[in-house]
Design a protein around this ligand. Structure first.
Ligand code: DGP
Length: 113
């Protein structure tokens, strides 16, 4: 997979406000927050999108979800939050590295646009 903005953040080639890191994933604040709390959780493995997940990534996919929930708790989203994965052009994906949006800190409307 080609280098993306997010691989550059993993490699510390560009700065980000990192809130969590382990061997397999990284979480940092979105540069254009859509809610008072807006964090992106990404795998360090370069997977382009949700469609790029393979069966062998089952554990990693679960780890990303568990990490999203853990971060939401650590950032005080006790009233609730939303986890979003945009996939592909119609899904609104703009960076070709799998990422989970964790949004909270306000009442979120539904459906999304
Ligand atoms: P998506 O549209 O689902 O692909 O979301 C990509 C998100 O990435 C978008 O909400 C803005 C965020 N973003 C793009 N470039 C950067 C960056 O350089 N730093 C950070 N922290 N976030 C970025």
């Amino acid at each position: 997979m080609a280098e993306t903005l997010f691989t550059k953040i993993i490699d510390r080639k560009i700065p980000a406000d990192i809130v969590y890191e382990d061997d397999d994933c990284l979480a940092f604040r979105d540069v254009a927050p859509q809610a008072p709390v807006h964090v992106l959780v990404i795998p360090k493995k370069p997977i382009a999108s949700l469609d790029g997940l393979a069966d062998e990534d089952r554990g990693l996919a679960g780890h990303l979800m568990l990490t999203a929930a853990r971060i939401a708790g650590e950032l005080g989203l006790s009233e609730g939050y939303r986890v979003v994965v945009n996939c592909g052009r119609d899904g609104g994906q703009s960076v070709d590295h799998l990422h989970l949006h964790v949004l909270g800190g306000r009442s979120l409307t539904w459906p999304p646009g």
